[in-house]
Design a protein. Structure first.
Length: 482
């Protein structure tokens, strides 16, 4: 690699550390508690990471649902220990960190609040790569003076980059689109570990040639390729890669940082990060690991998913499929389901297989195999066909769309507008519903995102304090109304 690396010498690769978000989301189902981050937080801050991803994705959901933590608190608490390194979060455009599209008033308030609690970099994506779903979010991030990092969901229709939909041209055009939207940086988001090393080389070169913005690469290790992919992307001149400390790396997580630092020694692209420091930090994670190991998927000896190389289906989706089939006593049909996922996806306009679309396609594939094709159809699939999630990369065949939308109460004719244009403001209505139960704008926003579980969370949180003094209730009621 000497020739390639000479070209970029003096351009150290920057590292975004994802240990505190995507790392434990991937390895431990997002169960890491804030208290277990604190002992190493200050030292993490001293490592010299370009940014640390600490919030977003599934953290908001799991923190209040399973950990009994107020989701807004984590960045606030971490900020007391991590003062130099910018905080990054993953945000699903109009979906924010929830599972549906929210109205623009919710998007604006959520972004404002996220900035207020310390988020500096917003990596924003849309499951369909329909950037209209990121418009409101992007505008608000920029109005707050924070970094809008536009992410492209990497996907494939063949074993390698190319073919009709997901070819080089597709991703370059999408990157240019993001630049035109005002992105401060671009991220290639390879959530299923599909990006192969030599494709990464071509992709990075082509995107770097077409745009002037810093380029990030986020790969999951799932298929076993990601560390090789990073190396080739680094050769091609990528600016930032996402990694985790070794104990929270590999498997379905990101590549580990330690071997990357060792491998880049003397190439001119090695980051100024002290390997020995990382080893000490890794030991802390090893020490707390026994608490969390029940969440580790260890049914298999292999830590990589060879299957994803063949069927391009992400690991999370496979565990959902397996779960559904188990419930229906039909686990023996998994092989058929894999094939059906490919076909259903093609017919549904070839969306990238990422949350929530991956679940919709997966669930429909199961229904198609067990009950006949599109005989039973989920309402989520109808919404997808109706255009409520956005525009699919390839249009859906009108005859099939007609069949699926027949007698659907939300509409029989696919929409062309931005889905959020149909949504009425939500905040005032939620405030009314919650009444005294909410004591802050944070409570209201969290409730809009997660009505059932957040209501329970708020009841538990405030019932305790109510017993201490009724005065609290009155005061916070006023504060909330203002
Ligand atoms: Co990820």
């Amino acid at each position: 690699m000497t020739q390639e690396t000479k070209k970029v010498s003096g351009n150290p690769i920057k590292i975004q550390d994802n240990t505190f978000r995507d790392g434990h989301q991937s390895i431990y189902a997002t169960r890491m508690k804030t208290e277990d981050m604190l002992p190493i937080a200050e030292e993490m801050d001293n490592c010299g990471f370009h940014a640390m991803e600490v919030w977003g994705g599934a953290t908001f959901d799991t923190m209040h649902r399973f950990l009994g933590e107020d989701p807004w608190m984590r960045p606030k608490i971490l900020k007391k220990y991590i003062k130099k390194t910018p905080f990054a979060m993953l945000i699903r455009g109009q979906n924010l960190v929830g599972y549906r599209h929210y109205a623009d008033d919710v998007v604006n308030a959520f972004v404002d609040k996220s900035c207020e609690i310390g988020i500096d970099v917003f990596r924003c994506f849309d499951a369909l790569n329909d950037f209209r779903n990121m418009e409101s979010c992007a505008r608000r991030i920029k109005e707050n003076g924070k970094e809008f990092q536009g992410a492209l969901c990497y996907s494939l229709t063949e074993v390698r980059l190319g073919g009709e939909v997901y070819n080089l041209d597709f991703f370059v055009k999408k990157a240019v689109e993001l630049e035109q939207m005002g992105a401060d940086a671009i991220c290639i988001k390879d959530m299923a570990g599909l990006l192969s090393p030599f494709d990464a080389y071509d992709l990075v070169l082509a995107i770097k040639k077409a745009i002037k913005l810093p380029l990030h690469l986020h790969c999951h290790y799932t298929s076993g390729m990601a560390s090789m992919t990073y190396l080739k992307a680094i050769e091609a001149g990528v600016d930032v890669v996402d990694t985790c400390l070794a104990p929270f790396a590999l498997r379905t997580s990101m590549p580990a940082i330690e071997p990357i630092i060792a491998a880049l020694q003397g190439t001119g692209r090695e980051p100024a990060i002290d390997l020995n420091k990382l080893l000490v930090l890794g030991e802390h994670l090893e020490n707390i690991a026994p608490k969390y190991n029940t969440y580790l998927a260890n049914q298999k000896l292999s830590i990589i998913d060879n299957g994803v190389l063949a069927h391009q289906i992400p690991g999370g989706m496979i565990s959902n499929l397996t779960g559904q089939l188990k419930e229906m006593n039909a686990l023996d049909r998994l092989g058929e389901i894999y094939k059906e996922v490919v076909l259903t996806r093609k017919e549904m306009g070839c969306p990238p297989l990422v949350t929530p679309v991956s679940q919709i396609i997966g669930a429909q594939a199961v229904l198609n195999v067990l009950f006949g094709r599109y005989i039973r159809v989920s309402n989520q699939l109808r919404d997808l066909v109706l255009g409520l999630y956005g525009r699919t990369p390839v249009p859906i065949d009108p005859a099939l769309a007609k069949k699926i939308l027949k007698n659907y109460k939300r509409g029989e004719e696919p929409i062309k507008e931005r889905p959020a244009d149909f949504l009425k403001p939500e905040i005032e209505a939620a405030k009314e519903q919650l009444g005294d139960l909410a004591r802050s704008d944070e409570d209201v926003l969290a409730y809009i995102l997660y009505p059932a579980t957040m209501e329970k969370f708020l009841r538990e949180k405030y019932d305790k304090s109510l017993t201490r003094g009724a005065g609290d209730k009155k005061n916070s009621g006023k504060k909330f109304a203002a």
